[in-house]
Design a protein around this ligand. Structure first.
Ligand SMILES: Cc1cc2nc3c(=O)[nH]c(=O)nc-3n(C[C@H](O)[C@H](O)[C@H](O)COP(=O)(O)O)c2cc1C
Length: 195
């Protein structure tokens, strides 16, 4: 049994393990995510809060076994992402529905999609599934494949999802990135008492 390094967040306070153990991995094993497990992850996303409970998120997914469609989506990824993300078990495209049914703009759409994406990753982490969100992809190409009108729907990120493998199998510069410690601003840099 291989011992794989989880890039656990080093926190000052007693932050929940699920949050500490989520990180954006790049090294994926051959093990496939079952449809049931993917459904569990998607259902977790659906329980996010959203303005007026409008749930302005849509997900499209493709398993690696569906080789032709998988490589079409992988081909949308930019060169800094494709080499490792094409080894994922599932590519999951997170899409924002930009307007309400009456055509007015949903001002908080990205907030709500981000909330759903976060729950999705929390659930995945609890199942030992790692994921990496990527904004680096060709939005136009991806929209064409999914037949999305960008006035109404915007692909936000593509997630590479899978089970973790050893960092050593990655080529540089990805191997170094996989091994580099994660860092964050301190609370005093981003949170302030109201004066
Ligand atoms: C909206 C968004 C877009 C991102 N795009 C990319 C990307 O294109 N390529 C990549 O390697 N990482 C991408 N990331 C991952 C971030 O670099 C990563 O979340 C950040 O460095 C913090 O690391 P952690 O997720 O391991 O805590 C993206 C993350 C988000 C939320």
């Amino acid at each position: 049994m291989k011992s794989l390094k989880i890039k656990e967040a080093k926190t000052i306070y007693n932050v929940h393990d699920l949050i500490r153990n989520r990180w954006s991995a790049r090294s994926f094993s051959e093990k496939e995510i079952s449809q049931d497990d993917l459904n569990t992850i998607l259902e977790a996303a659906s329980w996010a809060f959203s303005a007026m409970n409008y749930q302005p998120w849509i997900y499209y997914y493709v398993h690696k076994g569906d080789a032709e469609k998988f490589s079409k989506i992988a081909d949308c990824l930019l060169p800094g992402n494709k080499p490792w993300a094409k080894e994922a078990s599932v590519l999951l495209i997170s899409v924002a529905k930009k307007n309400y049914d009456d055509g007015s703009m949903n001002r908080t759409v990205m907030h709500d999609v981000g909330a759903a994406n976060t729950l999705l990753m929390m659930q995945a982490t609890s199942m030992n599934i790692v994921g990496h969100p990527m904004g680096g992809f060709d939005i136009k190409k991806c929209s064409e494949i999914l037949n999305l009108d960008n006035n109404e729907y915007e692909p936000v990120v593509i997630f590479a999802l899978g089970y973790l493998d050893e960092p050593e199998k990655l080529a540089e510069p990805f191997k170094t990135r996989e091994l580099t410690e994660r860092t964050r601003k301190s609370i005093s840099d981003f949170a302030f008492p109201v004066k």
